[in-house]
Design a protein around this ligand. Structure first.
Ligand code: G3P
Length: 221
């Protein structure tokens, strides 16, 4: 499973990329808004993220009609070859994705809350589909069930669209996504941090250190 980082924060991206396990980044208007004032424009922020990640970086189109989404996408695509245009799942979004995919501009259909929406994204030729599982859980729908359904549908018809499990809130979401066989999980920085920690690892390190300390005079390294 590929791991994307769900953030627009440069420090978080640098720290995580240093680990060597980050394949890409997803941003959205909310995440980008949190970084206001740090770059002179959005292109600067996205370009910097692309330079660090050297993998797919999703940036979301704000426009609502197809023609405007396409113009926005064309401008974003000039920033870097790594840019992927996030397009919300609407009628105009689908139209735009179809055209962008013909024009070889990569797309990620976002704000997907049902398997049928993911099916339409794949039919339109989106490179990625982003179902938001945490937000479904928030309204008492079992978010992860749509990942199971999408996985099955995409396998049935051999769609190339990759499933990005988004709106991940905790490590169990990542575990479930991996067990289902989702292509990608896009993970917030704090969740990634929780995934790499285990109290028994810390206790184990302390115990090994203490045991070796007792005899270290007797060994050369
Ligand atoms: O990138 C989109 C997504 O992951 C949003 O997450 O927590 O705002 O539902 P959240």
């Amino acid at each position: 499973m590929k791991i994307f980082l769900d953030t627009a924060n440069i420090e978080q991206i640098k720290h995580s990329c240093e680990l060597g396990i980050v394949d890409g980044v997803t941003t959205n208007p909310t995440l980008v808004a949190k970084e206001k004032g740090k770059f002179k424009d959005l292109s600067g922020l996205i370009g910097t993220i692309c330079d660090i990640v050297k993998g797919p970086v999703s940036v979301e189109a704000i426009s609502e009609n197809a023609d405007d989404i396409i113009s926005e996408a064309e401008k974003f695509a000039e920033i870097s070859k790594y840019v992927v245009i996030k397009v919300p799942m609407t009628r105009d979004g689908l139209k735009a994705v179809k055209i962008l995919s013909r024009n070889k501009i990569k797309t990620n259909m976002t704000l997907i809350f049902s398997a049928n929406q993911a099916l339409l994204a794949a039919k339109a030729g989106a490179n990625y589909a982003s179902p938001f599982i945490g937000r479904l859980d928030d309204i008492s729908h079992e978010g992860m069930q749509i990942i199971v359904d999408i996985r099955e549908i995409f396998s049935n018809y051999a769609f190339n669209t990759e499933v990005i499990v988004a709106s991940i809130r905790h490590p169990l979401h990542v575990l479930e996504a991996a067990k289902i066989g989702a292509d990608i999980a896009t993970i917030p920085f704090d969740v990634l941090d929780k995934m790499l920690k285990h109290p028994l690892t810390d206790i184990g390190i302390e115990k090994f250190k203490a045991d070796f300390e007792k005899v270290k005079g007797e060994y050369k390294i």
